[in-house]
Design a protein around this ligand. Structure first.
Ligand SMILES: Cc1cc2nc3c(=O)[nH]c(=O)nc-3n(C[C@H](O)[C@H](O)[C@H](O)COP(=O)(O)OP(=O)(O)OC[C@H]3O[C@@H](n4cnc5c(N)ncnc54)[C@H](O)[C@@H]3O)c2cc1C
Length: 286
């Protein structure tokens, strides 16, 4: 089948096909958050499985159910996939009880990616609230490569310092030329960094708005705040992308659970341009 888009979508994979994987490694990230490296049982399936930064999989824990989880590994790391997961409910709690060698099934990849292949001459500002950084990590690894963009900045906000994600990787990102800045709501006595909302970090991060692309993932009110401030600073509305999170079941645009106005987040998103969704984001409880 001819690929109509440069990334894999539900229309040219079999969205119902599950692939068996085993947990190859587990890393504790922050309290209640772990990264799971999954290795495909069938190496040929693993070699053929391709995704673009920002896409997600449906992870199935046998006997429990499925949850939509972003792929946080580098798209070039073929054969394994990493997912960073917060234990918050049925499936993610069950995942947290698994150990290395246990079986997890994967359906995907689904959804639209971050536009990291279209920013060569632009400054890219990643803005992540909490676990939102998980959906951006694969794009950050791409943006850190020479020639992907003019300059990459990561702005990461969390409630507390212990909730900042991937802190062990910031030095490597910085060595690759990426600017990394963090901010927390409540610092505590040992924290000598900044306190406040992640939007406060935009002032220092955007110095050429006409050449800046903003990629944002986090709670809805935070994303609207980031988008509106970036627009006020002169960033074009069509250079702002948000990754939406909505409850999902089928991930193949059939069940309607993730419907957002005229859009299905599983098919049309999760990454959507702000000029397409800005008004919808302001509709209460949509
Ligand atoms: C595109 C996309 C990407 C995502 N990426 C990630 C990711 O990278 N990492 C990650 O951790 N999550 C991610 N999520 C979120 C994840 O899919 C949800 O948290 C999912 O609901 C978890 O499934 P679960 O079965 O563990 O939780 P659920 O059992 O569905 O519970 C989820 C939440 O609902 C609450 N809840 C459950 N049942 C009830 C009830 N009866 N009444 C009231 N509240 C209830 C729970 O307390 C919890 O807060 C993503 C979601 C989307 C759409």
């Amino acid at each position: 089948m001819t690929m109509a888009s440069p990334w894999p979508t539900a229309s040219h994979i079999d969205p119902w096909q599950t692939h068996s994987t085993r947990i190859a490694a587990i890393a504790d990230e922050t309290e209640g958050v772990r990264s799971y490296r999954l290795r495909f049982d069938d190496a040929a399936v693993g070699d053929a499985f391709r995704f673009a930064a920002g896409q997600f999989n449906m992870l199935y824990v046998p006997g429990v159910g499925e949850a939509a989880i972003s792929i946080s590994s580098d798209p070039e790391d073929v054969g394994t996939l990493t997912h960073t997961v917060r234990a918050v409910g049925n499936v993610t709690d069950a995942l947290a009880r698994l150990t290395v060698g246990d079986q997890v099934f994967v359906r995907g990849p689904f959804g639209t990616p971050w536009p990291v292949d279209r920013v060569m001459d632009r400054d890219v500002v990643f803005v992540a609230g909490g676990l939102g950084l998980a959906s951006q990590r694969s794009a950050i690894l791409r943006a850190a490569l020479p020639g992907t963009c003019r300059h990459a900045t990561v702005l990461h906000g969390a409630k507390r310092p212990g909730e900042l994600l991937y802190t062990g990787e910031y030095d490597a990102w910085r060595r690759a030329g990426v600017t990394v800045a963090t901010i927390v709501d409540e610092g505590g006595p040992a924290w000598n960094g900044r306190c406040g909302l992640v939007t406060a970090l935009l002032d220092d991060a955007i110095d050429d708005p006409a050449r800046t692309t903003v990629l944002c993932c986090g709670p809805d009110p935070m994303m609207v705040g980031v988008a509106e401030k970036a627009i006020d600073m002169g960033v074009s509305i069509d250079a702002i992308f948000l990754s939406l999170e909505r409850t999902m079941a089928c991930a193949a645009a059939h069940c309607g659970l993730c419907q957002f106005g005229p859009l299905f987040v599983c098919r049309d998103g999760p990454v959507l341009r702000y000029d397409r969704i800005g008004l919808l984001m302001k509709v209460p409880r949509l």
